[in-house]
Design a binder for this molecule. Structure first.
Ligand code: HEM
Length: 359
């Protein structure tokens, strides 16, 4: 048998290389290979490209206000988790109200997430941190879909609006995002942070003192009765109406929410934040959150920490939701960037009368 000449051998190698690349691409598209893992820096870059870079501020939920209060566990959750917070307990809380998006001076009258972040410190010193939104589900199931969504909805430099063809192509690939945004458009919206329900969205695992585990989600449900805002009036509201409202309310009385734990049944999805669980799942009221003080970020303790949802006490553990480890990395990366920057003052002051002029 004659051996191939050198140029023929190179051609054969090139063809083999092309076949390997094509097969890998085909296998990835078919879902046979794990998708490329996005690093936290790449996700932060996508957030900055979408909303601009605002030195000193969070790269998401940039507009916010520090809060303080306490959490009283009533003992009803102790059978689900050994975390001390679920015994009859009293824990100090620091937190943050925020609105979604990376623009720290954005007006409150828009359809964006309204959010509550909390850090509860147990008697044994362990902390439970969480960052919750006002929707029971999220717009994407994976970090890659989040980045793809940011890229598809990137405002065009000229028009200030995203390219409708890009948006449509993304929505066709991600019907769950289209369904979420339609739901958000139509769902009743509260008049205030005070009468809003905030959801963990992601599932977690609770572990009792015998080692038994339960899959759960949770929400904070307000004692202040729900009142719906007329969405047609949103655009005409003062720029900081939501934050001014909650500062004014806290100037008179503390605000209260009940921590409701919802327990999954076998087969309920725990790895997909876009999916709801059936409405008949057990719901247990495990304690009361009292918020009694609001402080501008410059004056409060919330600015230089992250509300990383994987800072958990013993007795609470992550689920298999891929958003959770991504959130940990991205929140740390956002803190690392803003920590080294000198930003402008926040749009929000403790006293609405003393509010600084916005830039
Ligand atoms: C791939 C998914 C997600 C990404 C990339 C992401 C990204 C971020 C980033 C960069 C921050 C700023 C962190 C900081 O500087 O401290 C942030 C804050 C926040 N995120 Fe997410 N997030 C994701 C999913 C979620 C989900 C599912 C929820 C709701 C359960 C959520 C709720 C919040 C809240 C409430 C804050 C504000 C926390 C605070 O006040 O400090 N995020 N997010």
């Amino acid at each position: 048998m004659t051996r191939p000449t050198l140029p023929v051998a190179f051609s054969l190698l090139a063809i083999a290389g092309i076949l390997v690349v094509l097969s890998a691409a085909f296998a990835m598209a078919a879902g046979w290979l794990p998708p490329y893992r996005l690093g936290p820096g790449a996700i932060i870059d996508a957030l900055e490209a979408h909303d601009g870079r605002h030195p000193g501020f969070r790269r998401a939920h940039a507009k916010g206000l520090c809060i303080e209060g306490s959490f009283a566990g009533n003992g009803n959750g102790a059978f689900l988790s050994k975390a001390g917070i679920f015994a009859k307990s009293d824990s100090p809380v620091i937190g943050r109200f925020s609105t979604g998006g990376g623009q720290p001076y954005a007006p409150d009258g828009r359809l964006a997430f309204r959010s509550l972040a909390l850090s509860l410190t147990q008697a044994n010193g362990e902390q439970w941190r969480m960052a919750l939104d006002d929707t029971p589900t999220f717009l994407v199931a994976t970090p890659q879909a989040f980045v793809d969504f940011l890229r598809a909805t990137m405002p065009d430099q000229g028009t200030g609006k995203p390219d409708p063809a890009e948006v449509d192509a993304y929505m066709t690939r991600h019907p769950e995002t289209r369904a979420f945004l339609r739901w958000q458009q139509d769902a009743p919206l509260s008049t205030s942070f005070a009468n809003e329900t905030f959801y963990s969205i992601n599932a977690f695992r609770f572990i009792d003192d015998t080692g038994k585990t339960w899959m759960v989600r949770w929400s904070f449900e307000p004692e202040t009765p729900f009142e719906a805002i007329d969405k047609a009036t949103l655009g005409a509201k003062p720029a900081n109406f939501l934050f001014d409202d909650v500062i004014a309310r806290l100037g008179h009385n503390p605000l209260r929410w009940h921590l409701i734990v919802t327990v999954a049944e076998p087969g309920d999805p725990t790895d997909d934040a876009t999916k709801v669980w059936p409405a008949n799942r057990s719901r247990i009221d495990v304690g009361t959150l009292v918020i009694d003080r609001a402080l501008a970020e410059e004056n409060g303790d919330c600015r230089n920490i992250t509300f990383d949802p994987l800072i958990l006490p013993s007795g609470i553990a992550p689920s298999d939701d891929p958003l959770l480890p991504a959130r940990t990395g991205v929140y740390a990366s956002s803190l690392a960037r803003r920590d080294g920057e000198h930003g402008k003052p926040s749009a929000l002051a403790d006293d609405p009368q003393a509010r600084r002029t916005q830039p």
